[in-house]
Design a protein around this ligand. Structure first.
Ligand code: TMP
Length: 418
């Protein structure tokens, strides 16, 4: 079994980190992060590999809240080499992502023309390919997944394979010295030692370098009860306040913020050096003042998630009792969380479709439910289909209009039947 560890204290502001030397018991009144949400024992959400140990491993999925800076973080850390070496998550080449990339580029251009770009967590190179097509001249990606780095290289995107650390950062900086822009989309949430990450950013950025990070916004997760976005890859659930705390004492500050509708509500946060000649944009103060998240928001979300699970279980049970069939659409990590939280097996869910060839032929982790090609939807015409990729629902509903014409019903777990 893999060696897990828990981070002692908040990874943004340090609250709850032990103040006594190792081996000496902390006083009873010492600061502690507060447990606010738990999904019990869960499998690794993207463990689609046909590997028994990976498939069957279960770990406690528990969220701790920092009352000082409002960051929420998982109580344990699964080592990145387990999660990412042969990673099945590829950035969806979908119309939704294409539109998002267009909006991101306009956001970047509102500050800086991206002629030279380093992307951290570049996945299969899709975003860098897009930036190149829009005029970027020098680009380099860094990604820990060997299989995805290889795909990126085949598509002529220079990629350093490895986690973002001093070594990979400097290899990337050899290819693209002092870049105009450093992008880290949906990477911060996966990083255990964020302070070290920011130090490394410092070592490869110049005075003019704009740093753009994209993170899901905990405010939306809580409001919309998106509990299925909580899984082992996502170590942290950010607020703007927590990111501002992380940057305290570093050369960077938050410069500008924009909210994007992707992945259930994400923030594009631009960082600039504190000594860069310009004042922070008004969006920073505006958005911080809207935030106000407390431990109670997390507790309420926990209650709401139980209702979502009960409603889905009841819908599936009623359908099965009436002799109907139920399937799933999109073997996303969210689908793994949902299927396991509902304790569904293939007796309830006939199959889950997914466009990713690496996932097809595997089972949803922790279950015996098979992942199949998307053509199965029209071949089998299940009466109900649960959307695991609900973040792409508009596009999927349009694409699969024939299924609905033939009487099929999509179910968004967070809303009603569609
Ligand atoms: P994500 O929500 O984490 O990006 O994962 C979405 C999953 O859904 C991914 O495995 C690809 C899959 N998918 C489909 O099967 N069909 C689609 O039309 C879309 C947009 C995604």
């Amino acid at each position: 079994m893999f060696k897990l560890h828990g981070r002692k204290g908040c990874r943004c502001c340090g609250f709850g980190a032990p103040k006594t030397p190792p081996g000496i018991k902390a006083p009873a009144n010492a600061d502690k992060l507060i447990p606010v949400f738990s999904l019990g024992l869960q499998p690794l959400s993207n463990a689609f590999a046909k590997d028994d140990e990976l498939q069957s491993a279960h770990y406690p999925l528990e969220v701790l809240f920092c009352p000082k800076c409002t960051l929420a973080q998982l109580s344990i850390v699964v080592p990145p080499e387990i999660l990412y070496t042969n990673y099945t998550y590829t950035t969806s080449r979908s119309a939704t992502m294409q539109r998002h990339f267009e909006s991101l580029l306009s956001f970047i251009r509102s500050e800086q023309e991206p002629k030279s770009v380093i992307e951290i967590g570049s996945n299969d190179g899709y975003f860098l390919e897009y930036l190149k097509s829009q005029g970027a001249e020098h680009v380099c990606g860094i990604d820990p997944s060997e299989n995805l780095s290889e795909i990126a290289r085949k598509n002529l995107i220079q990629t350093i394979c490895g986690v973002f650390d001093k070594e990979t950062a400097h290899l990337a900086a050899d290819c693209v010295p002092v870049p105009d822009v450093i992008v880290a989309r949906h990477v911060f949430g996966h990083v255990d030692d964020l302070k070290d990450f920011v130090k490394t950013l410092d070592s490869i950025s110049g005075n003019h370098t704009l740093i753009l990070i994209e993170v899901p916004w905990a405010k939306r997760l809580l409001e919309r009860c998106e509990f299925d976005t909580i899984y082992f890859e996502h170590l942290s659930y950010f607020t703007i306040k927590s990111i501002a705390s992380l940057l305290d004492g570093t050369p960077f500050r938050i410069h500008k913020i924009h909210e994007f509708p992707v992945h259930g509500g994400a923030l594009g946060i631009m960082l600039r050096r504190r000594d860069y000649e310009s004042t922070p944009h008004a969006s920073v103060q505006n958005m911080i003042s809207q935030e106000g998240i407390s431990k109670m928001d997390w507790e309420l979300m926990g209650e709401c998630s139980s209702r979502v699970v009960e409603k889905l279980v009841s819908l599936v049970r009623t359908a099965k009792a009436a002799g109907k069939t139920v399937a799933g659409y999109g073997a996303s990590a969210k689908m793994t969380v949902l299927m396991n939280a509902c304790k569904f097996t293939r007796k309830e869910i006939a199959f889950v479709t997914d466009t990713t060839p690496m996932k097809q032929g595997c089972c949803i982790p922790g279950t015996d439910i098979s992942v199949v090609d998307p053509g199965m939807l029209l071949r089998e015409l299940p009466d109900y289909t649960i959307l695991g990729a609900w973040n792409f629902s508009t596009e999927i509903l349009e694409k699969e209009s024939l299924y609905r014409t033939k009487g099929g019903v999509f179910v968004n777990p967070h809303e009603n039947a569609l």
